[in-house]
Design a protein around this ligand. Structure first.
Ligand code: UDX
Ligand code: UDX
Length: 456
């Protein structure tokens, strides 16, 4: 099939990689090149072991790679050759200067804009895929369009809503695709060009178009709303524990109200991931910047409750385990921020391990996919943490097991065998409510779940 459109994506990460692979898979007349400054990452995309674990991704890449999907470190060449350039570089929270701890660090992003300008000798459509503070597109446009080559760049915002672990499913059948553009003739024309790409497989009625600023703000708002639901149910989980209510029952019935809906009401040890915290802090910073301190505080509280919820885990352990866990081996089941990913960014497990270390306990971390990233995240305390691939070995000799990630395989373990190898009384703290608590209690475990009080 002849190529009609050439797309280049800068940034071969969790977002850029899967998104581009699916575009290439679904659009045989689009040639997609994904570039990155990280040679090792590009080599991995070109090899047999892809750099990220994502169910279904291998098959998609196998179908498209070498046909109309390419991975390269020739950033300049790929930009020059493209009709549409996606920017999907990371935008971490700033760690220095103004807005430290809240605002986005846009240095990679601005560097990318300048590089685009440097190598182009014709105007192009630039698509913001990274989550960015509202009105960043304006800054991008200023950099790109203040050129002395007489070139015009049209900037679009096309936020990504995929969730890790279900990225391929989310990309194949998205609830919606959002494209923001200037409502000018050239802005709308650029928007239509991108709509045509997605329309290869997404029904047109699911492709929503808005103005640029609405699109940018929508991404932050969507993530803030999702995270807010988790913080809301987690705050109620604490009340359930004190009153004898069961948070899963409460959530189930609350979610049956069609105005509320059932999703994102699963009480947990706290949310993690690269987006929620960063995006909410970003939203909060924006509100402060625009003179809305009350709104800023409202959203920041979603993050504060989340941290509080995660810290509650080790407090509960202390309460149950006779107020001391010093010197006790504690098996930490799961380090990924959610199941079906090896990603550990902002994972609650990291905080739990550090709380355990503060109490001088001996954490033993196990995870089916995330041990490499866990080792990186815990680099400063490696001498005090044990990593164990085999979950049974991790539990051997432990006083307690704490489940931090909802991997299905943890629910399917031989808990009798685990109990036999543990110190007694043997405790299980289920931070994800995935285990059969009644069955564990029958085996002889002391079980504590999130949001489950002692019913009488
Ligand atoms: C994405 C989004 O881009 C981010 O805005 C969102 O909030 C989280 O998800 P993600 O794909 O998860 O980021 O980030 P990451 O996996 O770190 O990938 C970014 C890639 O960009 C890295 O491979 C990095 O090497 C690359 N990069 C970064 C460049 O190629 N050039 C740069 O200048 C900076
Ligand atoms: C999120 C958004 O869902 C996605 O649309 C956006 O593009 C990026 O951020 P992601 O972070 O990959 O995706 O995963 P998500 O499934 O949203 O889970 C985030 C965290 O919330 C995980 O730690 C998860 O375990 C937790 N969670 C989720 C709960 O604790 N309870 C729930 O009910 C749902």
């Amino acid at each position: 099939m002849s190529i009609k459109t050439k797309i280049t994506c800068i940034g071969a990460g969790y977002v850029g990689g899967p998104t581009m692979a699916v575009i290439a898979d679904k659009c045989e007349d689009v040639r997609v090149t994904v570039v990155d400054i990280n040679q090792a990452r590009i080599d991995a995309w070109n090899g047999d072991a892809l750099p990220i674990f994502e169910p279904g991704l291998d098959e998609v890449v196998a179908r498209a790679r070498g046909r109309n999907l390419f991975f390269s470190t020739d950033i300049a060449g790929a930009i020059k050759d493209a009709d549409i350039v996606f920017v999907s570089v990371n935008t971490p929270t700033k760690t220095f200067g103004h807005g430290a701890g809240k605002a986005s660090d846009l240095q990679y992003w601005e560097k990318t804009a300048r590089q685009i300008l440097e190598v182009c000798d014709e105007g192009k459509i630039i698509v913001e895929k990274s989550t960015l503070p509202v009105r960043t597109a304006a800054a991008m446009e200023r950099i790109l369009n203040s050129n002395d080559k007489g070139l015009h760049f049209e900037v679009l915002s096309n936020p990504e809503f995929l969730a890790e672990g279900t990225a391929i499913r989310d990309l194949f059948a998205p609830d919606r695709v959002l494209i923001g553009s200037h409502q000018t003739e050239s802005g709308l024309a650029a928007c239509e060009k991108l709509v045509e790409v997605y329309a290869h497989w997404v029904p047109r009625e699911n492709i929503l178009t808005t103005n640029l600023w609405s699109s940018e703000l929508t991404k932050l708002t969507a993530n803030a709303f999702l995270a807010q639901r988790i913080s809301s149910i987690n705050s109620i989980s604490a009340l359930c524990e004190r009153t004898g209510a069961d948070v899963d029952e409460v959530a189930h019935v609350v979610g049956r109200d069609s105005r509320i809906g059932a999703k994102f009401l699963k009480a947990s040890i706290g949310f993690g991931g690269s987006c929620f915290k960063k995006d909410i802090l970003n939203l909060s910073y924006l509100c402060e910047y625009y003179g809305l301190p009350e709104v800023a505080a409202y959203w920041e509280s979603v993050v504060k409750i989340n941290e509080w919820q995660t810290h509650r885990m080790v407090s509960t352990m202390l309460e149950r385990m006779f107020n001391t866990i010093a010197g006790k081996r504690i098996a930490v089941l799961g380090f990924a921020f959610k199941a079906n990913t090896g990603d550990t960014r902002e994972s609650p497990a990291n905080l739990v391990v550090r709380d355990l270390l503060n109490e001088r306990a001996l954490p033993v971390v196990t995870d089916p996919k995330a041990i490499p990233d866990a080792k990186r995240d815990l680099a400063d305390v490696l001498d005090r943490v044990v990593f164990e691939e085999d979950v049974y070995k991790a539990c051997e000799g432990a006083h307690a097991v704490v489940v931090c990630t909802e991997w299905k395989c943890f629910a399917e373990l031989d808990w009798k065998k685990i109990h036999a190898g543990m110190e007694k009384p043997a405790f299980v703290f289920d931070g994800r409510n995935i285990l059969d608590a009644a069955a564990l209690a029958k085996i002889g475990f002391e079980v504590a779940c999130i949001g489950k009080g002692k019913a009488d």
